[in-house]
Design a binder for this molecule. Structure first.
Ligand code: SF4
Length: 337
């Protein structure tokens, strides 16, 4: 049972995003009863709630059993004994949980079905590319539908992409769908003297694409002591001037284990909100960008998934998709270790 005061103590440090991510005692008093109702329902139904760091803080600190990035949550989804998985994130992540747990019921509370990156490539698109690049191994970012994963050789996440591309036993690789991450990988391969032929697709994440190298240079000139911490979905010109580059879990680890005066986090606002709550003594500056897909997960929708889920909230995949995507994910677990 969480009290309004305990919730306020956790969330009072979250100040980003104007009124969207600001919590008063009154707000927490309103949220606490619903959080307690959801947690009671969760126990009653033997459900688990997995939440990406980008979703709203009241989900992260109120009802989530586990919070993390795609890779961390995939591993938890693989080992849970709960009958029901509620995945507060975006659809491709919930599909990954279903692929890893085909006998369990998986629900997605998000009401805006999508992700600009995952939506940029279809199965037909992969088939055309396979025809164009017949000797390439196809490596897909986890931000793809289960059907697209099923047509690729190996999946990667932002935590393991460099390791897997380096290790993958093929000298021609096609990476999809993120163009900016593809450019960053190509630069990385060049920097280590790799001779692999590396091609990549044209999709982008609209949240990370928005960061502008000139803006970052300006922030750096005003705050020379600040650590610029960037996600690899940002442009190479930003990655080049960053103090640290990594997945959201690696960004969290970096902030928690370093002592810079200030931090500029170049990723979705939820990560800064999370670190403001968990590292209140540290200062975060600059702007962040909100993902409309992630932020469409709400406590109301989570409660509905537990009480009387709308049929469109449940993830259904056919056997061929589950089998194909499973092979692609199994390759990731194999090469990432
Ligand atoms: S932040 Fe970008 S990649 Fe992540 S869910 Fe939103 S649109 Fe997709």
């Amino acid at each position: 049972m969480i009290t309004a005061d305990a919730l306020f103590e956790k969330l009072s440090h979250v100040t980003l995003g104007g009124t969207i991510c600001r919590y008063s005692k009154d707000t927490c008093a309103t949220l606490a009863p619903q959080i307690n109702a959801i947690n009671a329902l969760k126990a009653q139904k033997n459900a688990i709630i997995l939440a990406h760091s980008y979703v709203a803080p009241e989900i992260v600190y109120g009802v989530a059993d586990h919070v993390g990035d795609s890779f961390e949550l995939s591993k938890i989804a693989q080992s849970t004994s709960s009958d029901i998985i509620i995945f507060a994130a975006v659809k491709f992540m919930a599909e990954t949980a279903k692929v890893l747990n085909p006998t369990k019921r998986v629900f997605i509370p998000s009401q805006i079905n999508g992700c600009s990156l995952a939506d940029s490539i279809t199965v037909e698109g992969v088939q055309i590319l396979r025809h164009t690049y017949p000797d390439h191994a196809f490596i897909c970012y986890i931000n793809t539908s289960a059907a697209v994963k099923a047509h690729c050789d190996c999946t990667v996440t932002s935590s393991n992409v460099y390791t897997i591309v380096e290790k993958y036993p093929n000298d021609r690789i096609y990476f999809l769908p993120d163009r900016l991450m593809g450019q960053n990988i190509a630069n990385h391969l060049q920097s280590i003297g790799s001779t692999k032929i590396f091609d990549y697709y044209t999709g982008t994440c609209y949240v990370h694409e928005e960061y502008d190298p000139d803006m970052i240079a300006y922030i750096r000139s005003k705050h020379p002591q600040a650590a610029i911490v960037a996600h690899p979905e940002c442009q190479p010109a930003i990655v080049d001037q960053a103090t640290f580059v990594g997945s959201t879990s690696q960004m969290i680890q970096y902030v928690k284990t370093t002592t810079h005066d200030q931090y500029v986090l170049l990723t979705e606002c939820g990560l800064t909100a999370r670190l403001q709550a968990e590292e209140p003594q540290k200062q975060f500056i600059g702007s962040c960008t909100m993902c409309r897909y992630m932020k469409s997960n709400t406590l109301d929708h989570i409660q509905q998934c537990l009480e009387s889920p709308h049929p469109s909230s449940e993830i259904h995949l056919d056997d061929a998709t589950i089998q194909g995507a499973n092979q692609s994910l199994a390759a990731m677990f194999r090469y990432a270790s």
